[in-house]
Design a binder for this molecule. Sequence first.
Ligand code: OAD
Length: 236
Amino acid sequence: MSKETTQRKIVVFTGAGVSAESGLKTFRDSDGLWNNYHISDVATYSAWQRNPALVLDFYNQRRRGVVEARPNAAHLAIAELERQYDVVVITQNIDDLHERAGSSNVIHLHGEITKARSTANENLVIDIGGADINLGDLGEDFAQLRPHIVWFGEPIFNYEISQDHIASADKILVVGTSLTVQPAAGMLREARHDAEKVIVAFDVEAVPYGYTLMKGSATSLVPSLVNAWLNHQKAT
Ligand code: OAD
């Protein structure tokens, strides 16, 4: 069979759990971020209006953690899939560990912590790497910079294109998300009924129809699943 006909499409849909073994906290597990912070204090536009310094401090801490973290075996295995498949990674994560593991097509639904944007113009986005954002840091339009992330109540990024990718995938691998946050989680219902659909997590809020939940850690389950898919593709 030619490469064109064997090349099939995989969507990998990830959440905080894929980065947990890189040392980044999830949100809703027992030691998760939302057990230590109130969403309404740090992750909404009204929090920003009320206390921007607190919001900046919260995201500056997240950014420092991301800079120190390294991709783990799950991120690396997901990147390996590109050897034989057309792969799109759709992530709710604001870290860049998929990119640093080698994935070349990563869509961020909730923004990217290594970028900042103008509070006056959402199209003025700049790379800041690991640098903090402080009050008084201005964009080229002289407006205060804010993290380029999605707060609760704000629209997510790349919604339509992500739905289209999910709807056209032959396989969907979901890793490390509780599937509690909409509209991201609901997108998985766009999958084709005949697509192979697997979730790797310790637990999820509800398993969407047609998906199989494999309970366990990302680094223990994802590499073997990826190997099985790569070997299967070789054999067909
Ligand atoms: P959650 O904290 O809600 O869920 C983490 C998921 O990862 C759970 O299903 C855990 O079982 C699983 N998990 C934890 N450690 C794991 C590991 N080592 N291996 C595999 N699975 C593991 O995180 P998300 O679902 O990503 O949004 O949260 C979704 C959104 O809620 C985030 O993007 C963020 C947050 O509020 C915004 O801030 C807009």
